[in-house]
Design a protein around this ligand. Structure first.
Ligand code: SAH
Length: 233
């Protein structure tokens, strides 16, 4: 079973949003498992201190290497990747999510304060993962984003609703627009082609919409796309 083990100072945040809807039903149904460990249990002294002031000065506090290493070691090493949520990390992408979902799960360290001592990142081979170019106050929401993205890809979780193969990013493009009833909404109709029943025309229309949207909104993705069919120059 796919397992997520979270190291956090705020275990009460979990499962949180992962406990409802698709991911929550899959969790209750035993399609994946979630475990949290409180880093504070490995803290030092009467106050279970986990952080200290930054070497070299500066604002904020840094999570201690020794405390975090003990928390990581207490989980043992079963070969799952060890991730550290971090704004300096590799940006999380759908191919990365797909690779993680295909594995056994992940150990995910959630930072707080200014972050964690560099030496534990190196000594425990933590792979730094970012969920985007902005700064959160802690790694927990990032871990939830990562887990949610993985869990929906696990076998049996999305049911027959969608294979996920046509979704945004799966082919390097953004997804085409969706419509459903009613036919008319405030003077706007569903595009004729979608009501034509002509599957090839519908597929071609959707492809063209995907391409136009990607070019307009995400030129970075458009430049990197891998064409799925031969194209003319
Ligand atoms: N001083 C750090 C930011 C610390 S934010 C810096 O400037 O890089 C506190 C914690 O929130 C981080 O340790 C990390 O675990 C988490 N975090 C913040 N932004 C994140 C992001 N974009 N992606 C993933 N985790 C993030």
């Amino acid at each position: 079973m796919w397992r997520a083990s979270i190291l956090t100072l705020y275990p009460e945040m979990f499962p949180g949003p992962l406990g409802v809807s698709l991911s929550g039903e899959a969790l209750a149904g035993g399609k994946w498992a979630l475990e949290t460990r409180n880093i504070r249990d490995f803290g030092q002294g009467r106050h279970r201190a986990v952080d200290d002031t930054p070497a070299g000065g500066g604002p904020g506090m840094v999570i201690r290497a020794d405390v975090l290493a003990q928390a990581i070691d207490a989980l043992g090493d079963d070969g799952r990747p060890r991730l550290l949520m971090s704004p300096r990390g590799t940006p999380l992408t759908q191919p990365h999510v797909r690779a993680l979902a295909a594995g056994e799960g992940a150990v995910i360290v959630c930072g707080r304060f200014e972050g964690v001592d560099q030496r534990v990142i190196e000594a425990r081979s933590l792979q730094e993962v970012s969920i985007g170019d902005y700064v959160l106050s802690g790694g927990e929401l990032g871990a939830m984003v990562l887990i949610d993205a993985c869990v929906r890809l696990l076998p049996g979780v999305m049911g027959g609703e969608t294979s996920g193969e046509e979704e945004s990013f799966e082919n390097g493009l953004l997804e085409y627009p969706h419509y459903t009833r009613p036919l008319g909404f405030e003077g706007r109709d569903i595009p004729d082609v979608l009501r034509s029943g002509h599957h090839r025309n519908i597929a071609a229309w959707r492809r063209a919409q995907s391409e136009a949207l990607t070019q307009a909104r995400r030129p970075d993705l458009w430049e990197k796309r891998v064409p799925t069919r031969p194209r003319n120059k």
